[in-house]
Structures are given as structure tokens and as C-alpha cells.
Design a protein around this ligand. Structure first.
Ligand code: 6PG
Length: 476
């Protein structure tokens, strides 16, 4: 009997995806370049379902029913290309390759086009939820052709997370759409994590609370509108005591945040698309700033403000303010991310359904939260919503939050606590709602020094002022 699906690359994500398929009754052919991993999988988890070990790519290909469905779960970049190059000649027309790693969507577009020329389907698929998600139900964001999705949908639907009876998988759009959306997911993930970290920092250094006490606050918040996986694990991490020293875990971890690149890609793509994802950018930069040990060391002596933090009488209000600021900033972060998806969709012709993306992020993925259902509902009510900020529910929340949000940013500023995420979100909010922006002045400056021209509020056309001569305005 042939296998329904194959997986090559049995590091933890690949292994767990293979197990997840098998646990749902699918016969899974498994392959890894080093055979020990294949044997380990069979030895440890063979009892969970029906596995077919394969010790070469051609054995793997032979083990599969047609059209073949084969998940490639190797490192992004060169290793993926190498496996695809080796696999393509072994496959037949109509076979489907799924890249479930965190590939750059531009690579996915290139690979999809090259494999399509050989009659093969290539599905770049975002998979979120880490190791646990891969095993128990991730959120799955496949791109590629409709035809390939039809063949994959039943299997992916079985292994995906489930929210209210709906599997967290949808055909996002053609070619690289799936990996693009996964990339933005990660950008939002960075932003959300940064905002949570700033909230912690304010309670720690503005209020002088202990990590354990702050863990309690996050647990409280998790019972409300901020309910999410990231808030939940934040409480866990803050509540944890280091087993080696007995100190709060968060105090013994080196404060230099690392990154594997998806956040950076999100910002690079946003720069090209011209989409202001300032929250994601600040989150990426905050990580890189934290990693500049020498720079930080050199700056240790720079003067900061005096002052003793928030008084205990103000503690309750301040904590409530931070919750408001966190929620409002989170709305901005997601609004920016969804606008980037909208822009990418328009640029690459993907026709992405934003509500459907929000729906599959309700479960399985790292940013999973009840909040995503509110985003789904916002797009269901108005699919052409220009920004989530103007959805009536979010608009109301922002209106209720804004005074707290401003107090938090100004308190942080006067105490010298950096809140790049909160403050850029607030600046974005204020800039969007401003009737007039100083961009008019920037246009004037550009025209002054470079005759770069400007448009006017009172008439159409492109204008230039004779700055060096009589300073009259005329059409350029
Ligand atoms: C997910 C995550 C995952 C990502 C990690 C690490 O959705 O399951 O986004 O894909 O690899 O979050 O990312 P960084 O190392 O860049 O923080």
C-alpha cells in the first residue's frame, strides 16, 4: 500500500508533522538525509500510526500514491534548493511538493515558477505553532495553485488546529502568498512580543514590581481581552524561578534578543511595498539594539532623568493604563501587518482574503488569540476596510484607551524607560488621524533644494516654486 503523504527532513518540525499526519490515520513515508533520524522516528513513534521508512529520495518518491504529496521540511535557503533539485527529476507531472519551512516568499515564487515549468506543483506553506503546534495542530498557510490545494486540503485540514469546528488552514493565494503571509505573521509576532516586553518593563522599572507579581498581572490580563498564547507564556516565563540560582529566570537571561530573520524580511518587504509597519520595524530594531553589547556598554554613563517611578498610590491606575496602552498598541501592530498583507496581495496579484487569514490565526499559531476573531469579524463586516483602526469595535477601544496610552508613553519618557513599540504605535495613530501632516513642509524642502516639485491642495497638477529667482509658483 502506497503512502498518502511523504515528509523529508525529520528534525523536530518535520518529525512532528509526520507524526501528526500518522495520528490522523494517514500512511506517511518518512525520509531524512541521515538515516538515524528515520530509524529513531520509527522506533520511538512507529506505534502512533502507519509509517513507511525511506532511505533515499527515490525510495521516498516510490513509496507515495499519485499524485504524490511530499512535504519538504529542511532549512530555508540553499538546503531547500538542493533537495528540490534532487527531487524534481524523480517526480511526475501533477506531483505536489510542499515547502513547510520558513522560506522567503521571493524564493518560493522563483521555485514555484521553475517547478511549474516541469509540470510540478510547488506549495510554499507557512506553518506556525512551533514544535507543539506541528504535533498537535498548527496554523497552516499554503500558497501555490488551486489544483494543488484541492489535493492537499483534506490532509492539511486533518492536522491543523481547529477553532469552533473550522480547521486553521486556507488557501491563502497563488505562488508565494503562503510564505508571505507567514512572514507577516512573524513580523506581527515580533511586534506583539516587543509590546508585551515593554509592558513588563514598565511594571518592573516604573512600578518596581517583582517578576512573580508581574506574572500575576499578566494572568489577570489573560482572563480579559488580551487573552492570547503570548500573554499566557509571558506569565509562565515571568513566574519561573531559575533552577541553577533560585533567582527569577528573567533576571539571569542575557538581555540580547536574537532573531532568525523573518521579522527582518517583513520590514524589508514593507519598505519595498511602501507600507508603514513601524511597530514591526521598531520590534526588529529593538532586538538588534539589545544585541549591541559594546554600544550599550559605551552608553552606560549617559545621563538619565531623576525621579523615583510611579508612586504606590498610583500603582493601580498605572497598571490599568499599561493594559490599555498594550491593547491599543496591539491593535495598531495588527492593523499595520494586515495592511502589509493587503499591499502584498495587490502587488503580487494574490487576492488574499484578510478575514480568512485572521480566521486561521485564531488557533495553532504563535499569535493565536481571541483578538483574531475580532479581526476576522471586522473584515467580515467590511472586506474593504482601509485599516483595522476604523472598524467600529476597534475604534471604540482606541477611543477608550487613548488617554491611558498617552499617559503611559509620557510617564515612560519622563522615567527614561524605552517604549519604542508603544510610542511608535501612538505616533502612527496620531499621524493617521491628523488632518494635516508636516509632510507638506518636507515637500517644500525637497522642492527648494532639488526642484523635486509638489502637488497643491487647491488645484491638480505638479508645481515648482522658483526659489532661486522670483519665488513664484508655476506648473512644472
Ligand atoms: C511560528 C514561529 C516560528 C519562528 C520562531 C523564531 O510561527 O511557529 O514564528 O516560525 O521560527 O518564532 O523566530 P525568531 O528566531 O526570528 O524569533
Amino acid at each position: 500500500e502506497k503512502a498518502h503523504i511523504g515528509v523529508t527532513g525529520l528534525a523536530v518540525m518535520g518529525r512532528n508533522l509526520a507524526r501528526n499526519f500518522a495520528r490522523h490515520g494517514h500512511r506517511v513515508a518518512v525520509h531524512n538525509r541521515r538515516r538515524e533520524r528515520t530509524d529513531d522516528l520509527i522506533e520511538q513513534f512507529g506505534g502512533e500510526g502507519s509509517f513507511v521508512p525511506a532511505y533515499s529520495l527515490s525510495e521516498l518518491v516510490d513509496a507515495l500514491e499519485r499524485p504524490r504529496r511530499l512535504v519538504v521540511m529542511v532549512k530555508a535557503g540553499r538546503p531547500t534548493d538542493d533537495v528540490l533539485d534532487e527531487l524534481a527529476p524523480l517526480l511526475e507531472e501533477g506531483d505536489i511538493l510542499v515547502d513547510a519551512g520558513n522560506a522567503n516568499f521571493t524564493d518560493t515564487r522563483r521555485r514555484e515558477a521553475a517547478l511549474a515549468e516541469r509540470g510540478l506543483h510547488f506549495v510554499g506553506s507557512g506553518v506556525s505553532g512551533g514544535e507543539e503546534g506541528a504535533l498537535h495542530g498548527p496554523s497552516i498557510m499554503p500558497g501555490g495553485s488551486e489544483a494543488a490545494y484541492r489535493e492537499l486540503a483534506p490532509l492539511l485540514g486533518d492536522i491543523a488546529a481547529n477553532v469552533d469546528g473550522t480547521p486553521c488552514v486556507t488557501h491563502v493565494g497563488s505562488d508565494g502568498a503562503g510564505h508571505f503571509v507567514k512572514m507577516v505573521h512573524n513580523g506581527i509576532e515580533y511586534s506583539d512580543m516587543q509590546l508585551i516586553a515593554e509592558a513588563y518593563d514598565l511594571l518592573r522599572h516604573g512600578l518596581g514590581r517583582t517578576p512573580a507579581a508581574i506574572a500575576e498581572t499578566f494572568l489577570d490580563w489573560n482572563a480579559g481581552r488580551l487573552d492570547s498564547y503570548l500573554i499566557e507564556i509571558t506569565a509562565e516565563v515571568l513566574g519561573h524561578t531559575d533552577s541553577r540560582t533560585g533567582k527569577p529566570f528573567v533576571d539571569v537571561v542575557l538581555d540580547q534578543a536574537e532573531q532568525k530573520g523573518t521579522g527582518r524580511w517583513t520590514v524589508q518587504s514593507a519598505l519595498e511595498l511602501g507600507t508603514p509597519v513601524s511597530g514591526i520595524a521598531e520590534a526588529v530594531f529593538a532586538r538588534s539594539l539589545s544585541g549591541h553589547a559594546e554600544l550599550r556598554e559605551a552608553a552606560q554613563g549617559l545621563p538619565g532623568p531623576g525621579g523615583s517611578g510611579v508612586s504606590s498610590g498610583e500603582a493601580e491606575r498605572f497598571t490599568a493604563d499599561v493594559e490599555q496602552a498594550l491593547y491599543a498598541s496591539k491593535i495598531v501592530a495588527y492593523a499595520q501587518g494586515f495592511n502589509q498583507i493587503q499591499a502584498g496581495s495587490a502587488e503580487y496579484g494574490w487576492n488574499i482574503d484578510l478575514g480568512a487569514v485572521a480566521a486561521i490565526w485564531r488557533g495553532g499559531c504563535i499569535i493565536r488569540a481571541e483578538f483574531l476573531d475580532r479581526i476576522r469579524a471586522a473584515y467580515a463586516a467590511n472586506p474593504t476596510l482601509p485599516t483595522l483602526l476604523t472598524d467600529s469595535g476597534f475604534q471604540q477601544a482606541l477611543g477608550e484607551a487613548q488617554e491611558s496610552w498617552r499617559r503611559v508613553v509620557s510617564t515612560a519618557t519622563s522615567l527614561g524607560i524605552p517604549v519604542p513599540g508603544f510610542s511608535t504605535a501612538l505616533a502612527y495613530y496620531d499621524a493617521l488621524r491628523a488632518a494635516r501632516l508636516p509632510a507638506a513642509l518636507v515637500q517644500g524642502q525637497r522642492d527648494f533644494f532639488g526642484a523635486h516639485t509638489y502637488r497643491r491642495t487647491d488645484t491638480d497638477g505638479v508645481f515648482h516654486t522658483e526659489w532661486a529667482a522670483d519665488r513664484t509658483e508655476h506648473e512644472a
